[in-house]
Structure formats: C-alpha cells, structure tokens
Write a protein that binds this ligand. Structure first.
Ligand code: C2O
Ligand code: CU
Length: 531
C-alpha cells in the first residue's frame, strides 16, 4: 500500500510552484536552463567561490567499514547516526557535511547474501531524512519511499507542504532481507523534494553484498578491492558545499533556483570525499567498484598512462554491473557512468614500471572536471605477490527472455506536460509526480518489456525494488556496457532504452525516477506497484 496522505496532492502543486516564484525568473530563463553543456551533461555549472586544491596531492581516503553492534544466527545489526560533521576537503577551509555517522562517504556496510541486515538509523540532523538502499531488492516499506520520513531526534518537522508528520521520529530500523547475488549497492537520502541537497551535503555510502560464488573466483580482495565514489561539488567562499537551494535551511520551500533546474554541476571532482586524489598501487590487479554519486554530472572515464599499448597498459575490464557480476569479463577503454550506476572493474597495473602514473580522466569534463584521480605504480612485479585471478567465466546470471514478456509499457521522460505558474516541470509520461497515482501495476515474478524514452535532456532511469536487463539503447552512448542485471540506465538526450524488467520477492509500491537529482526533486518520478 502507498503511504499517502489525502491532502498531499494539492499541497504538492503549491510546493513545486513556489521555488519558481521565489526565484523571480521569467519563463525564458527557465527554458534556457534546459540546455545541456558542451559535453552534453544535463545541468549548469555552479562555480566555486573558494580556491580549489591542486589535483593529485591528496591520498585517496577509504570509507570506514561499519562493524555490526551484534549478530545472531541469521542477522547482523548495525547502527548509524545521521549528523553534522566536518571534512577537510579544501586546503585552508573546513566543510560541513551532513553524513552517516557524520562522515562523507558514509561507512561501508558489507552484507552477506542470505543473511538479514538491520540498520538502526538515528536522525540528529535538523531535517527529515529517508534512507534508500539503491539496488537493494528489499521490502517496499524498508526501501525508502520518499515520504516515509525519519524525523529528527529534536522533533517532527512539518514539511513545506504542511505534511510529513507521518513516519518515525528519532530512530528507526531498516530491515533488509538480503537475498540477491554479490553486488555493489549504495545507500543515500531520498527525502521528498530534498534528495538533491541532502545527498550533496554528504548523505551517501556504499553497501556491498558478498556471496560464496564471488569469493570462490579469487578476484582481487582486501586492500586491492577499492570502492570509488565519484562526485562533483562546488564550494562557497566559507568552504561549505555550494548548492543553489531556494531555501538553504531545507525546511521551507524546496527546489533550486530556476537557472539550475536542469541540474547542478560542480567544478571540483571528489573521489571518496577527497579532491582529485592519488592512490599508490602495486603492479598487480585491483578491483575498483566505481559509483557515480553525482547529482547531475555524467562521467566518461578512461585511464591515461604512459604505456600507449592499451593491451599492456592499465585498462578497465568490467566484471560487474549495478546488481552483480557479469557472465564474463568485458575489456572497455571507456566507461560511461551515469548518476547512480555502478561499474565493477578490474584494472591490472602489472605491465607498469615503478613510478608510472596512470590518470583516470573524464572525457566529458572540461577544465578541472576533465580529471578524476591518479594511480602511482609503486614497486616491481618481483617484489609484489599477486595471488588474484580474473577468470574467463565469472557467474551464470539468468538471462531474461523476450518470449516470457507478459506486458509492455512505455515511460517517457521529458520537460513539459505539467506546469506550475506557466513553467514546465520534469515529467514521466507527461505527469509530475503524484504520490497518489500509480502508473503501473506489475505482477510479481513476471517479465515485462519497458521502453524508456528521453524526449529532451539526459535522464538516468532508475527503478526501485527490482532489476532489469537492457535489450538495447539508442543515442550517443548506445550499446555501451549495459550488460548484466541493472537498476539504472542512461538515457541520452533523445535516446531510448529497451528493458526486460522483473520484480521478485517483494510486493508493494515503490518509485521509478530520473536519477538526475534536480530532475527528481522537480517531479520526475512515478509510482508503480508490485502485486
Ligand atoms: Cu539512488 Cu530512488 O534512488
Ligand atoms: Cu532527468
């Protein structure tokens, strides 16, 4: 059942209109903001006002791995407090983060497939929060529905619609029956209307799932299994994250000022919270779990090294997608990573000499955002032991068949179709998000064919509760590395994706939406229900 409130709909309309009025911009300005940058990333650059650090000086931080507070026969129990913290990202200024345990990225949770994970979240922030396990095939009421609030310890906060008094206050448990293959998942805030600013302030972390099949492969592990959360951010003159919220308290009117409605692009690239960091690597194989946790920026990643022979020099070999291992490794010179997508890759540095530099660049960036991070190869293959393997066969994922399709649906993502004060909003099938409307009822365990289309702008399409396989895509990045089980797929401007979708295991209502977080906050979301 939907967690809904009877008067929400009208209040909702009011809320989406408000930021546009307050921003005081005419319709033309808003229309112009839908333009994409030269590289095609939806959004507009918000320049930093504080001096940015030099690239490749900071060591890559690793998010702490969270220890269970206790475990019993079938369950591991964790506790996280969402609170303010301080990070030193810039050279001379502190940055306040809103983080899980006060850090950004939040602590990494590692779950074993087949066991239950219970995470007790306590909200010491001044705003309501919602925790979504992105990629988790979990119960609908544990999934982080946008109005399923966890209110602050300090008291319930009426949201800007005069709603939102439902939900828990102080603390609540999220119960995840983890019964899916090994995969790189992540958790992040999903508060109605405010996901963009709350993730931007730091509410994002990794949640890894492991299983026996994966362990048996002998892939790089331990300190050679490295999660990389890539984001762009901008900084205000006082060192705080700069974001164009209409109301920076995040307690009143939601939304960004009109000119940033198509997305907020930062000018500083952070990996695991550090600007353009460096990782010292042995001349050996590494596993990198790459996540683009940016609000609006897409990356096209490539490894640049002194070895021109790509077959010898470090390159990406994809081993996993959003929700698990591929059947076989796929060498890729470039990774197109949209917001919310994960690419699990192995990179072999063993052809490199002591001191070689390998730089991860972003071919879609310009200026400082054209660079991401750097690897410094240290040592020689004589002194380094690499016991890892990269098998030809990784897994045996089920391949969905078109012959099993029981229903077909089309979802169109575009600007327009719904309006507030003469301004067009981001919509799904021409409708702004309405928590009371259900766009699709899907029978559990059946295969459906979904066509998702972008009519203007770029939209990473994401679905909760389940997963899909990509039959094909059209657009500038068509056919690039969409193998395996996915929950997020990029739509180019004017592009489309043909998907085979299946929901197993959990009935209930959840959302599908665009993972450009400014679009999402501006209504590009819809309900579906698994029945
Ligand atoms: Cu990563 Cu509904 O979101
Ligand atoms: Cu979008």
């Amino acid at each position: 059942m939907l967690r809904r409130s009877p008067t929400r709909r009208d209040l909702f309309r009011l809320a989406v209109a408000a930021p546009i009025v307050l921003a005081g911009c005419g319709g033309r300005a808003v229309e112009n903001s839908a333009n994409t940058s030269a590289q095609g990333s939806a959004g507009r650059l918000l320049p930093s006002q504080a001096p940015l650090p030099q690239p490749f000086l900071r060591a890559l931080p690793l998010p702490p791995v969270l220890k269970p507070v206790r475990s019993d026969a079938g369950t591991d129990y964790y506790e996280i407090t969402q609170k303010r913290g301080t990070a030193r990202i810039l050279d001379d200024l502190d940055t306040e983060v809103w983080g899980y345990d006060g850090v950004f990225p939040g602590p990494t949770i590692v779950s074993r497939s087949g066991r239950r994970t219970v995470v007790q979240h306590t909200n010491e922030l001044p705003v309501p929060v919602v925790v979504h396990l992105h990629g988790g095939r979990v119960a609908a009421d544990q999934d982080g529905y946008p109005t399923d609030y966890l209110h602050p310890v300090s008291g319930r906060v009426a949201d800007s619609h005069g709603q939102g008094l439902n939900g828990a206050q102080g603390s609540r448990d999220y119960v995840y029956e983890i019964d899916q293959p090994a995969a790189t998942l992540w958790y992040h805030d999903h508060r109605m209307d405010f996901t963009g600013p709350q993730v931007y302030r730091g509410l994002a972390g990794f949640h890894l799932v492991t299983d026996e099949e994966e362990e048996a492969l002998g892939l790089p592990s331990g300190e050679r299994d490295v999660p990389l959360m890539i984001v762009d951010r901008s900084f205000a003159a006082d060192g705080s994250f700069r974001y164009p919220s209409v109301d920076p308290s995040l307690l009143g009117t939601p939304g960004v000022t009109a000119e940033y409605m198509s997305g907020v692009l930062g000018d500083c690239v952070l990996v695991n919270g550090a600007p353009w960091p460096v990782l010292e690597v042995a001349p050996a194989r590494y596993r990198f779990r790459i996540l683009n946790a940016s609000n609006a920026r897409r990356f096209r990643l490539r490894l640049d090294s002194e070895l021109d022979d790509l077959d010898r020099g470090a390159r990406f070999v994809q081993i996993g997608s959003d929700q698990g291992l591929l059947a076989a490794p796929v060498p890729l010179d470039r990774l197109d990573v949209a917001q919310g997508e994960r690419f699990d890759v192995v990179v072999d540095f063993s052809a490199h000499a002591d001191g070689d530099l390998v730089t991860m660049v972003n071919e879609r960036g310009e200026g400082a955002t054209a660079q991401v991070m750097r690897f410094v190869v240290t040592g020689t293959t004589e002194d380094v032991r690499d016991g890892s393997r990269l098998p030809d066969r990784l897994a045996d994922p089920e391949v969905l068949s078109e012959a099993d399709v029981v229903a077909t649906r089309e979802f169109t993502f575009r600007r327009g179709g719904a309006e507030a004060h003469g301004m067009s909003l981001w919509t799904v099938n021409g409708e702004a998000f309405d928590p009371e409307r259900v766009l699709a009822q899907v029978r559990m365990g059946t295969v459906e064919r979904w066509t998702v289309v972008s009519q203007n702008n770029e939209h990473p399409f994401h679905v909760h509760l389940g997963a899909f396989q990509v039959l094909g895509t059209t657009g500038a990045t068509a056919g690039r590395a969409d193998g395996g089980w996915k929950d997020t797929v990029n739509l180019d401007n004017g592009g489309r994706a043909e998907l085979l979708v299946r929901f197993d295991g959990h009935r209930g209502a959840a959302v599908l939406h665009c993972h450009n977080l400014e679009h999402e906050d501006m209504m590009m979301m819809a309900n579906f229900e698994v029945v």
